[in-house]
Design a protein around this ligand. Sequence first.
Ligand SMILES: Cc1cc2nc3c(=O)[nH]c(=O)nc-3n(C[C@H](O)[C@H](O)[C@H](O)COP(=O)(O)OP(=O)(O)OC[C@H]3O[C@@H](n4cnc5c(N)ncnc54)[C@H](O)[C@@H]3O)c2cc1C
Length: 385
Amino acid sequence: MEHLRWPFFEDRHRAFAAALDAWAAAHVRDAHGRDVDALCRRLVRQLGDAGWLRATVAGTAYGGLADVIDTRMLCLARETLARHAGLADFAFAMQGLGSGAVSLAGSPDQKTRWLPRVARGEAIAAFALSEPDAGSDVAALQCAARIDGGHAVLDGEKTWISNGGIADFYVVFARSGEAAGSRGISAFIVEAGTPGLEIAGRIDVIAPHPLARLRFTNCRVSLANRIGAGAEGFKIAMRTLDVFRTSVAAAALGFARRALEEGLQRATTRKMFGQTLADFQLTQAKLAQMATTIDSAALLTYRAAWQRDQGDTVTAQAAMAKLAATEGAQQVIDAAVQLWGGLGVVSGHPVERLYREIRSLRIYEGATEVQQLIIGRELLKGAKS
Ligand SMILES: Cc1cc2nc3c(=O)[nH]c(=O)nc-3n(C[C@H](O)[C@H](O)[C@H](O)COP(=O)(O)OP(=O)(O)OC[C@H]3O[C@@H](n4cnc5c(N)ncnc54)[C@H](O)[C@@H]3O)c2cc1C
């Protein structure tokens, strides 16, 4: 927690992080289980009851901690929760990502209906953007939204939808056709149980969490559920990801910090060759590299979060944070597995779980290669102007 003294933070951030750390240690440490649906529902409820989800929504009138989402608070929460339990971080993050479009661009009615329930953990949110043929190239999405009087009629498929199957509402991005490409997409709130919305299949991944394919067949949604005006969907999706991208870096940081804690514990207790593992300089080099990677990632993450909270555009900074923190965490966790030897690959061991949990962070919300492209583009923009 020494990094909390960094000048990026104010006392309210320090108090929040310390209180959440104590709460997470007492209530959700290493939360895992076979029934991830039940576990995630419980975690959302616990996080809501304790008030932590207030950091995921904007507007004090709607249960939020502040009128705009405080990026440093979001990042500290994700770092802390990820260090204690990956699924607790997942449950927290998805409430924010799933309701982010409503916070940023929802009507007063939409905010009143959903945000207080999201903040209390009474409604589970999901963000439905990706499709089988539109992942990194998201502007290629094909799910259609045909306007018919006061309704939009959705037809198509979404995939990789976190909280798919347990969400109470989905923010769905669909092609409304005002123009080609990114300028013809709108965003809609679709409640679970709406006729024509079906969970087409669940997806099992290496770090299990609720994840599904959604199918829309003649699914009628009132235009009162459209977020923003028609054709604003792509912009809304990008604005939402812009808030949450830095928080993915923070989650990676939390996983990496836990890996270093576990690595240090093993290195200082494992006896071999008449010494402890930590007595070998090769081990010290490994630990030094782990700590340096973590601090570099933390500096980039909280720089981006702080700058965003100052109102700056942080396109390149957030991309650098996500790139460095997720790639770095993968290396740190791999080193921790190595320090634990055979025990490090035993199913359910903390470092084995981290090894599986970190992997998808290098893919979602913009894969590493996409972050590289963003940074390169921003650099060249500066060089040409
Ligand atoms: C666990 C998990 C949870 C997810 N949750 C959600 C969710 O809740 N909601 C949602 O909408 N989506 C979600 N996603 C989807 C996620 O955002 C996509 O997987 C991601 O955008 C990548 O898309 P893709 O899988 O189609 O891979 P592709 O787009 O096919 O990319 C494959 C690889 O190509 C490379 N690549 C991409 N662009 C370039 C380029 N220009 N040059 C060179 N290489 C490139 C990258 O390495 C990339 O990883 C989730 C994914 C996972 C794995």
